[in-house]
Design a protein around this ligand. Structure first.
Ligand code: CTP
Length: 404
């Protein structure tokens, strides 16, 4: 029995009818449900349907105080164990991302300290609109959880992403939330993350390197630690603060990074290789500063060990996640690396994208898996993207995670 108090905020879209089914299924599961509607929601379905299904009054007017001993929107905000906005329109998402409270639903949403889940439903082009993406990304960062819309035939005639998730699935998520044990998904697991560039010395004052800032790797390490993992961050030289709850191992060259990764590899459950490892290093490191000569100079280079490929051959239970920074044909190259390095997942990004790449705070990536998943993520801050990527990977691997 789901003996919990759920406040459902229904905003205006054709999917409102599915919210009626959601209330019905939640109450059947034993939840106490109260419903709040926006004016546009009431254009699709009347409050009476929700009143019947929830066996409770339906709220829509901030100033219609049904009980003189309380202020409704604060009382409801405090009452809820969980708030679900379903269907959530682009409008309510925009208001919430900007702290606007101009009706009963948005006022209550700002007043609640309960967890808020947002289940968007809209036209596919609206869902892909840059402002909507920006607002969703802001809300992710503010701690709101999104129930992704599914793909399919939309009421507007388009086929694509934008359908409100099925009520049964939302009820399953609610059930999962309230029956979840207190342990986090990565509690008891060791995760290795590599980050930043490597430096390959030429002589005591010079080196060969690349522009990697380490931001994506540091964000991945922070996300892994937040999910309960014992996290080892093997970092090339970067100018970033150590993320909380993470053990940092500082390295300089590809060879040092290789050694650090292999030291921790046996006991690791997951290895995330975000580092931009140099593929070549000077064949000879000069003990003394090289003096300039007349004419041009040539530095002979040799290959470094491909760390990921090597551990790909060694792997037993470990889940391997690679990264690929490309400047063309990103997905095709990504698929090639996924196979040749024996990876479970690869995160591919086209570093020529203005919102992606070295040094940026945002990234645009596609996640590919050995099992054939192919999911693109729009531009979002690296810290949020890291969390979303890790959660997506864990969800994909949920059945196999215990064996890792
Ligand atoms: N990688 C590694 N060791 C190397 C080079 C790369 O472990 N010596 C890892 C990176 O950490 C990343 C993945 O391999 O997770 C892909 O790196 P990338 O530089 O994109 O690919 P390369 O294999 O170096 O291929 P290419 O340079 O031909 O694109």
């Amino acid at each position: 029995m789901l003996d919990k108090k759920i406040l459902l905020c229904v905003t205006g879209g054709i999917a409102v009818y599915k919210a009626v089914a959601l209330v019905s299924k939640l109450t059947q599961a034993g939840a106490h449900v109260k419903v709040m509607m926006t004016e546009s929601a009431m254009k699709f379905v009347t409050p009476l349907s929700f009143q019947v299904m929830s066996r409770n009054d339906v709220y829509f007017d901030t100033f219609d105080e049904k009980d003189s001993t309380v202020i409704s929107h604060i009382d409801l905000a405090d009452w809820a164990d969980l708030v679900i906005v379903a269907p959530a329109t682009a409008n309510v998402i925009g208001k919430l991302a900007n702290g606007i409270a101009d009706d009963m639903a948005t006022t209550t949403l700002l007043a609640t300290t309960a967890e808020v889940w947002i289940a968007p439903a809209m036209n596919v082009h609206m869902y892909e609109n840059k402002a909507v993406i920006r607002n969703i990304s802001t809300l992710h960062g503010d701690g709101y959880r999104f129930i992704e819309p599914s793909e399919g035939f939309l009421a507007c005639g388009y086929v694509g992403k934008g359908r409100l998730e099925e009520p049964e699935k939302i009820v399953d998520l609610v059930r999962e939330k309230f029956t979840q044990s207190k342990t986090l998904p990565l509690t008891g697991k060791k995760v290795i993350v590599t980050a930043g560039p490597t430096r390959e010395r030429i002589d005591p004052v010079r080196y060969v390197s690349n522009f990697s800032s380490g931001k994506m790797g540091y964000a991945m390490a922070e996300a892994a630690a937040a999910l309960g993992a014992e996290t080892i961050l093997i970092s090339g030289p970067v100018e970033l603060e150590k993320p909380s709850g993470v053990t940092v191992v500082n390295v300089e060259s590809a060879a040092e990074m290789f050694e650090a990764v292999t030291n921790h590899f046996d006991s690791a459950s997951i290895v995330i290789k975000s580092a931009a490892v140099a593929d070549y290093r000077p064949k000879n490191i000069h003990d003394q500063k090289m003096k300039k000569q007349v004419g041009d100079a040539v530095i002979e280079m040799e290959r470094t060990t491909d760390i990921l490929k090597t551990i790909g051959k060694m792997k037993r239970h470990q889940l391997l996640v690679g990264f690929a920074a490309e400047t063309q044909d990103a997905v095709d190259y990504g698929i090639g690396k996924l196979e040749s390095k024996n990876l479970d997942f690869i995160v591919v990004n086209d570093v020529t994208d203005p919102d992606a790449g070295f040094g940026k705070d945002t990234n645009v990536v596609t996640l590919l898996s050995r099992r054939g998943m192919h999911q693109s993520f729009s531009a979002m801050p690296k810290k949020i993207l890291a969390k979303v990527l890790l959660e997506t990977i864990l969800e994909e691997e949920s059945e196999h995670l215990d064996d890792r």
